[in-house]
Ligand binder design. Sequence first.
Ligand SMILES: NC(=O)c1ccc[n+]([C@@H]2O[C@H](COP(=O)([O-])OP(=O)(O)OC[C@H]3O[C@@H](n4cnc5c(N)ncnc54)[C@H](OP(=O)(O)O)[C@@H]3O)[C@@H](O)[C@H]2O)c1
Length: 312
Amino acid sequence: MSIQNIKVIRVHQYGGPEQLKLEQVECPKPSVGEVLIRVHAVGVLPTDCKIRSGMLKDFFSVDFPYIPGSSIAGVIEEIGPDVTGFKKGQAVFGQSTKGAYAEYITTSVERLALKPDGISFDEAVTIHGGAGSAWAVLFDNAKLQEGQRVLIHGAAGGVGLFATQLAKWKGAHVIGTASTANVDFVRSLGADTVIDYTTTPFEEVVQDVDLVIDSIGGDTLERSWSVLKRGGTILSLVTHPSQEKAQELSVRAEHNIARPNREALRTIAQLMADGKIKTFISKTFTLDEAPQAHELCQYGHVRGRIVFHIAD
Ligand SMILES: NC(=O)c1ccc[n+]([C@@H]2O[C@H](COP(=O)([O-])OP(=O)(O)OC[C@H]3O[C@@H](n4cnc5c(N)ncnc54)[C@H](OP(=O)(O)O)[C@@H]3O)[C@@H](O)[C@H]2O)c1
């Protein structure tokens, strides 16, 4: 029996969290290269809030009404034409190309991977936009090597908690920043040093760093230049660092846009299933609580990730 109407969240205009409307729509059909997924969980990413507010409208276009989100995990319900490598009934996770806040969604299979049994759907949605971004910035972009010193800002966040663990896994010396309430948490992730940014200016206690991962921007990015070694690298997840400043200090500085490939997604999921790295879900919401989930996400102090739990 084919699925008729499904619940989705749609946004009809830029604005606050109240723009996230729960609606019923017809279930989509997968087109060429796509699958239909019964969504079990969705990751609530800061980017989802930025797109909804209109903050990214000069860089990222949307067609209203649109379904927000990109990080999904679920079970393949139907296969579209010309899809190879996937079949009905498989549990998958990754990046959806057509939104995520929905009971069912169609998406290209390009950025999907098989979910191992050892992780839940809720855990799997902390990979795209979290662990995957950490992998891409540390390994694909920065080519982090064993023994290097890395400073990770926002080490308790959805990207930072994985960047901290993955950098340690690679054998780097990790320094993380967090507020008082998250210091012990970041230490539990394996960071060699944790700096409470509410009491200690990090630039007064950190020096000779090979790599800075900046997920905060603004003043945090500006104060990070002084901790870098000559020849070091600063990669910001949120903004374009000054190229004049980078030249002056003989360092590399970039806005990271690297994305993990399917192999990286698989490796991360297996590391999680094997207990070598862990995730943290601070709170789960239902789809109809989407405005509350965005309120919490845009507050900017969530530990780990917020997740929509949609189906068991
Ligand atoms: N370009 C890319 O490829 C890419 C990929 C993923 C994400 N992003 C962007 O990167 C940013 C971070 O993403 P995320 O998912 O990790 O966000 P998140 O989970 O919302 O991160 C929030 C974390 O930031 C910490 N924090 C807030 N202010 C801080 C400060 N001044 N110093 C140190 N830590 C601070 C908070 O810890 P405390 O509560 O302890 O303060 C909280 O744990 C977002 O803006 C996102 O859009 C970009």
